[in-house]
Design a protein around this ligand. Sequence first.
Ligand code: ATP
Ligand code: MG
Length: 464
Amino acid sequence: MAESSLRSGLTLRVIAAALALLLLDAIACYRIAAHFANLVYDRWLIDSTRSLAQALRIEDGEVRIQLPEVALQIFQFDAVDKTDFRVDTVRRGLIAGDAALPLMRGPADASVQLQTATVNGHPMRLVATTLPEPQAHDLATVEVGETLIKRSTLMTEILLAMAAPQLALLITALVFAWLAVGHGLKPLTALASAIEARGHDNMTPVSELGLPKEARVLVSKINDLLARLERAMLAQQRFVADAAHQLRTPLAAVLLYAERAERAADPDSERQALRGLHAAVARAARLSQQLLALARAEPDAAAERVLTTLDLVGLARGVGEEWIPRALERHIDFGFLAPDSPVMVAGHAGLLGELMSNLIDNALRYCGPRSRVTLSVEATPVPTLSVEDDGPGIPAVERERIFERFYRLAESGAEGCGLGLAIVKEIAALHRAVARVTPGSEGRGARFTVEFPSTSREPARAAA
Ligand SMILES: Nc1ncnc2c1ncn2[C@@H]1O[C@H](COP(=O)(O)OP(=O)(O)OP(=O)(O)O)[C@@H](O)[C@H]1O
Ligand SMILES: [Mg+2]
């Protein structure tokens, strides 16, 4: 579920941040532990070096060291670490101790030098001090070394003592974070359950009550979407009901005429019934063809259609030619006006052909014989396609409504189903073009225009 992944996601982020902190903390603890372990044991080594230096004597003008064997054993006794020493003078070299320790001769001012070095394969801490011996005209260096086992044991102990409570603290904090994130997400969980429990057709707004600010933004967006969905759903329902209603009429007529033809007593009435049957089937066919065209022009269906740059003049000429036989049949003077040069628009040839056909079909259908219909293309001020006629025209009050689905003027006769101009409007919208109707140029008839946006050479994608 989305809610649980949000919770784990948030908690994982907190854990990652906490681990990074723990790592930094461990480094800091290690350094502190190392500092204190060295401090304590270095002091002890310095003391040992100084007490060894106390045992230096001058005899016969030479520097010597007098250490009873027992004292040496006590000095070197250590249950954990190995301790060594060496005493050197400049004149006589090594006078006591172990030559394996690397000699550190510092300034002859009794200060101490500290160093870590590897001796016989073991890391060792070394402390040395160099003393002037004026009576012997010599310099004596006393050096003590010790392996690091005690130091690292102490360091580990300090580290554990510091890190263990911090780790416990961290784990406690993570548990609290997990619980707090879960608690914080509760309103979202409740919201998800409330939405899940709804019926698929319940479009009433989701309640924002008791929700935190962030979730309220989400809910208000969901409510906007629900409102839009509801409008779209209602429009769709209305459309399906209208379409079914419209189909019922020609289908009822088909049945009626078929029965009449069957029962016809003489060839004349049979022919008449068959004519009626033919007209009813033609109406049903026209309606299904227009419904399909409308479905093709719907934004959803055309969302992925790419508009290409095409020549409106060439397209209009081609479509216009297809309608010449029909115009001749109806004794209509059908003309074509266009500039000589191409007029480019971003468009879909198939859909634009459908748009032009619907406008020409209307003009040829609703104007009486011997009227004049002109299909024209203009390049300026914006690319425009128009179909003008000198027929009955459209009353001013109807000029908006005739673009609605299934809307027809009362006097338009039985042919047609009222979808042609709705298709024109949808296709125009897909091209970001505006379809409108005005009276014809001499105040007579109707002029349907489709104004395209100013040409851009870039092929655009149809808006969803
Ligand atoms: N050129 C025109 N002159 C007069 N009236 C027109 C003209 N064009 C359309 N109309 C009116 O507008 C109405 C709607 O036209 P539309 O093309 O949408 O539907 P239709 O022609 O009735 O049906 P179809 O879906 O078959 O085209 C028509 O019924 C007609 O009354
Ligand atoms: Mg029509």
